[in-house]
Design a protein. Sequence first.
Length: 269
Amino acid sequence: MRRAFPRVSGAARLAAAGLMLGAVCAHAALDPDRALATSRAAIGSAPGAYAFTDTAGRRVTLADFRGKPLVVSFVYTGCTQVCPTTTRFLGKSVGEARSLLGPDAFNVVSIGFNIPADNPVSMKVFARQNGIDDPRWSFLTPEAGVPEGLARDFGFTYAAQTGGFDHLTQVTILDARGRIRAQLYGESFALPMLVQPLRDLALGQPVAQPSAAAWLQRVRLVCTVYDPLTGKYRLDYALFIEIGVGLSVLGLTLGFLLRERRRSRPGAP
């Protein structure tokens, strides 16, 4: 597998860290700026209803995952460095997101783009080798002729090179309707970059009459913050302190107004 792009300066600096090119960048097949622009241009669009085969041999389509947010990554099973590293990191990030949002709040798919090598058997082995054991994470093999159109719809750029592929290291987040809402880049990224869009989608879902459990979940979503020192989420106790102070001030104010009202009555002491 090939090494990473050098970082692009300016507004694209952070995102360009995820572009993976060849060891000799002077002969790279992909242009970082163009690949990034292609990826960003896909935000807001809805990929087509492409068909895949999962590791159990079942036929599925992207439409089957609608109703919940969907996290999508592209891999090829012959990769020995970047794709495994990215998948293992994504696995940790997904675990954190599930602990925050709930175990069934979203689905994940990893799509193999090197056909026919990325068949259901090799995708199953790839998942096992990288420690992914999540019932809501599917490893999918596109039908023949699908990867090109699929990559175009997702803004994913790749090109065959000697011994592997040059490709954009990209994680895509789709909303419950199947529209692309965010693109993430790199072998690793700060966890809020994955959790925040998923949390926004979760909080943005209209709920007519939330149950007590739903309100508790909402509080949990709002009252957690990312701690970069530990790389995990924790309760934002400052929010509870602010709420407590606010309620105390409100109580004192109401008490003062009630006392003044009593004193203003005729015959009050």
